[in-house]
Design a protein around this ligand. Sequence first.
Ligand code: CMC
Length: 380
Amino acid sequence: MSEVRKEGADRVYHGLEGILAGESEICDVEETTGGLFYRGYRIEDLSERASFEEVAYLLLMGKLPNRKELSDFSGELVRSRPLPETVRRFLKTVPTSAGPMDMLRTAVSFLGLNDPDRGSNDRPANLRKAIRLIAQIPSLLAAFRHAPEEPPSSDPSLSHAASLLYLITGKRPDPFSEKVMEISLILYAEHEFNASTFAARVTASSLSDMHSAITSAIGSLKGPLHGGANEAVMKMLLEIGGIENEERYIRDRLARKERIMGFGHRVLKGGDIRSDIIKRYSKELGEKKNDRKWFALSSRIEERMRQEKGLHPNLDFYSASAYYLLGLPIEFDTPLFVCSRIAGWSAHVIEQHDHNRLIRPRCLYTGPRELPYLPIEARP
Ligand code: CMC
């Protein structure tokens, strides 16, 4: 090892584990207790008592809205739902073989081409862009889901959560299904410097624009170690098929050193409060829909993972069965994460622009030095 490598090695944090890479007033993840606060409010209170619209307002504006502010904000979201004609035309060219995350990554970038505030990174412009993105991402998914048919037309009387379910499934949700979607949207909305949010902040830190930052975030979220996990969980549950196959399946996978999706967390080693919340709703949904199989299987896996690996479920684990019971197509699980996290991402882009410093860390060079340059004809 060269001198330089020895000198820096104790300052290398693989995966940036444990590094405080900046300051933020948006969200507090309590490592020791697993607690979670958005702008100081406990996630338990927000998920039980607030609407997604209220939480999105809180994340973006830094305070809970009063009645008038909420009504104006919700109205703006509803008015922003329709997609620009150019984007609708673009969506018709997306290959049917593409997945909805790939479509979203490109379509959000495409929305940026048409955005009326294109070219401005100031706070009011960023807020308007955020509202349009929160409103239009579900419309993008609806158009993709129902292509080549037209998607259901937006119903202004529906809340953001109910509208999302309606746009994707084509059915108006019952009140309990709407509540589960609302809670899921709130739980997924924000989680400080996770990979996708950090990707958004890195992009914003070069003073690039909101749509570029969100496009980066979507690319990062797609991977199975991050947002792609909820989709992978449901595929796994279906592959296991039933509780009778669980033990062999999980033990075999662990013996092959494969990961069980929906377990573990870089920060929350003692458990994830969001998982406890969505678990209750996944159970109740199964009871209401008279389909208890997925909850029974999931809780058996949870027990085994705790015993065998000391690992706890993260938010993605029970979200998978909840979404399945809501009748949502599995490949829409990660895009639903986008529908929610867009609120947190946008808040972070705004905060980054408000107090910007270019994010540019160093790396420890571990390659060779001072190699002799050989002319091409002399190279082996
Ligand atoms: N299944 C089996 N083993 C696991 C898992 C898992 N899900 N997670 C961690 N481990 C093991 C891992 O194999 C390693 O064991 P060993 O030391 O024997 O090699 C040890 O635990 C430490 O793993 P790590 O990758 O260093 O831990 P990390 O803090 O970097 O992992 C994680 C965090 C989320 C990448 C990881 O737990 C994982 O891959 N989980 C599965 C994917 C998943 O559910 N992702 C969603 C994350 S939370 C919500 C979100 O962001 O979407």
